[in-house]
Design a protein around this ligand. Structure first.
Ligand code: NAD
Ligand code: TDX
Length: 342
């Protein structure tokens, strides 16, 4: 049976990696990619798959019902069972601190518009891609489980928690077939260089300072993007409707430790480390207990940090043109606002 997957936000970092993975692992699946091409959306990310049969791109905004309807019409025309994987979001915490409104618009309103259309079109499975940040911050010990109460601390994570609750309500009220995934920090190819890892690779390669917030002892649990995408595929195909699945790599690192590893891999001096003003409300530590998805769906990360970090660094070195084009324009304006002339 044919299967059509409507992907939102597929021109961004994780969404484009997911579309690449589908082309490889599920070549028979048809993909409709709905993306507004905000500052974070880049069609160049889709070049390796754009010309494959069964791939469609729809330029549109998830907050605009007519745009969402166009994407569903495209998907219906391709035929077969219909599912949705929802990545589209405003995704950067620092931007949400500068201005929360776009986060509420896209992440909250956009998710509701998409849910309404998905119900109308009798979507068989809806995967809502959320984040561990909805759980708030951990102290020195412990892990987030799916039962950890929601306690988002930034406008970004609050808007993601809002979207999670709307998905939950659609399941509860309408019997809608949806799952929610909550993943830790991703790294890998095509990540927009406002995020810490590509930002430090880009800066270090050019011998420019690496801005480290506060004392640099904030801890994140890093997962290779391909592992995240495979987890989402497992949830799409085998996840139980109404369930939340945490996804993580069991790979906790303090920011300073990560910076030192990247500098060592690039052969750059630690003197590039520059401590800057802390992020307001900065969450101290995230760590994921991913035992439910391991147990129920048999997913487990395939890539170790020791192999995937050097691979990621190599990817950015081999895609200097991509990085240079992404770093021009809107990105520069934002960079200046966030860091001044640093
Ligand atoms: P990204 O910022 O790289 O990409 C977001 C994509 O969504 C872009 O292509 C953008 O053009 C598109 N988009 C934004 N607003 C839109 C709108 N109104 N209509 C249609 N398209 C729109 O984000 P990412 O890092 O790839 O994250 C994808 C999803 O995964 C997000 O929902 C995010 O919350 C979640 N997530 C990310 C991480 C991470 O480490 N990056 C971890 C856990 C969860
Ligand atoms: O310049 C920087 N200096 C710095 O010290 C930047 C951009 C970040 N940091 C710190 C803040 C965090 O402790 O590095 C850590 C990682 O920062 P980000 O890359 O901005 O990620 P984070 O805030 O942890 O959120 C990410 O993971 C969860 C994604 O951006 C979210 O979309 C996802 O939900």
């Amino acid at each position: 049976m044919t299967h059509t997957i409507l992907v939102t936000g597929g021109a961004g970092f994780i969404g484009s990696n997911f579309v690449h993975m589908l082309a490889e692992l599920r070549p028979e699946a048809r993909v409709v990619n709905l993306d507004a091409l905000t500052y974070a959306g880049n069609l160049e990310n889709l070049e390796p798959v754009a010309k494959l049969p069964g791939q469609r791109f729809v330029h549109g905004d998830i907050t605009v019902p007519e745009d969402v309807e166009r994407a569903f019409a495209e998907a219906r025309a391709l035929g077969g069972a219909l599912s949705v994987v929802h990545f589209a979001a405003e995704s950067h915490v620092d931007r949400s601190i500068q201005s929360g409104a776009p986060f509420v618009t896209t992440n909250v309103l956009g998710t509701q518009v998409l849910l309404d259309a998905s119900r109308r079109h009798a979507v068989q499975k809806f995967v809502h891609v959320s984040t561990d940040e909805v759980y708030g911050s951990l102290g020195e010990t412990g892990f987030f489980t799916e039962e950890t109460p929601l306690a988002p601390n930034s406008p970004y994570s609050a808007s993601k928690a809002g979207s999670d609750l709307l998905v939950r309500a659609a399941v509860h009220t309408h019997g809608f077939q949806a799952c929610i995934t909550r993943c830790s920090n991703n790294y890998g190819p095509y990540q927009f260089p406002e995020k810490f890892l590509p930002l430090m690779i880009a800066n270090a390669s050019e011998g420019r300072p690496i801005p480290v917030y506060g004392d640099g002892l904030y801890v994140r649990d890093w997962l290779y993007v391909r592992d995240h995408c495979e987890a989402i595929l497992a949830v799409l195909e085998r996840g139980r409707a109404g369930e939340v699945y945490n996804i993580g790599g069991n790979n906790e690192l303090a920011n300073l430790v990560l910076v030192r590893q990247v500098l060592a891999a690039l052969g750059k001096p630690e003197s590039l480390i520059t401590f800057v003003k802390d992020r307001p409300g900065h969450d101290r530590r995230y760590a994921i207990d991913a035992s439910k998805i391991r147990r129920e769906l048999g997913w487990t990360p395939r890539f170790t940090f020791a192999e995937a970090l050097p691979e990621t660094i190599r990817w950015y070195a081999q895609h200097a043109g991509w990085l240079q084009r992404v770093r021009s324009g809107a990105y520069r304006d934002y960079y200046a606002r966030q860091y001044g002339s640093a």
